[in-house]
Write a protein that binds this ligand. Structure first.
Ligand code: AMP
Length: 217
């Protein structure tokens, strides 16, 4: 099974897709955002201050977290969600994967418009178990308002899911994405998927790529 690196704007559905793929295949979902939120839960207030602004954290901090997680997997395929977000991260990640002897990997770029991203983020509520919902979308609403279907815990809004922070995050993405796309295109491992539709269609396209990467566009 090919490991997957998702590169995608905020709210492209990469977290939801990753969770579904993890439940259906032997994947381990590695989300850098979740890893950072776990560090914050443990009391790292410095990280919390930066994350609240919507700005990116230092490349070295991120890649050392990723390296630690990947080496603990001992060859199990993974879905990397949230990294690389800069060309420097892409270069360090390539070296890291080579050292870890991870060769069967594809990069999937999920595409959505800014308006769709904004609507999805403003409606997003999350549970500490990692499941996320959207109060404006019937497909993703929790069964009971404000409560997680899976573990009955209270759903909350992420502190960086506000309109001004979303614009910062979308702009950070746009500023950095082009060199990353060129980098992976040269390596011929990049695939693009339209992520504006419903989750079944997006999932079908991603599954097609995991099973057959001869369909590169
Ligand atoms: P996410 O959950 O992927 O939307 O990430 C939430 C926030 O965590 C981002 O807005 C950044 O502040 C930080 N973050 C996550 N991944 C990275 C990364 N690869 N590089 C830098 N900052 C990151």
């Amino acid at each position: 099974m090919k490991s997957i690196i998702f590169i995608a704007p905020p709210a492209s559905g990469k977290g939801t897709l990753s969770k579904i793929l993890e439940e259906n295949y032997d994947y381990k979902h590695l989300s850098t955002g979740d890893c950072l939120r776990e560090e914050i839960e443990k009391g790292n207030s410095e990280l919390e201050e930066i994350m609240k602004t919507g700005k990116l954290l230092n490349d070295e901090i991120i890649l050392s977290l990723v390296a630690e997680k990947i080496s603990s997997l001992k060859g199990r395929p993974f879905i990397l969600d949230g990294c690389p977000r800069t060309i420097n991260q892409a270069e360090i990640l390539t070296k890291l994967l080579k050292d870890a002897k991870v060769t069967d990997v594809i990069v999937v770029k999920l595409n959505i418009t800014d308006n769709v991203a904004m609507e999805r983020i403003l409606g997003r509520v999350v549970c500490s178990c990692g499941k996320s919902y959207n109060i404006y979308n019937d497909e993703f609403k929790p069964e009971t308002d404000g409560i997680c279907d899976k573990c009955n815990q209270k759903l909350v809004k992420r502190t960086d899911d506000t309109e001004d922070k979303i614009l910062i995050r979308i702009n950070e993405y746009k500023k950095n994405i082009e060199p990353i796309v060129n980098f992976y295109n040269k390596k011929e491992i990049l695939f693009e998927v339209d992520a504006t539709g419903n989750i079944e269609d997006i999932l079908k396209n991603v599954k097609g790529l995991i099973q057959d990467d001869s369909k590169r566009t």
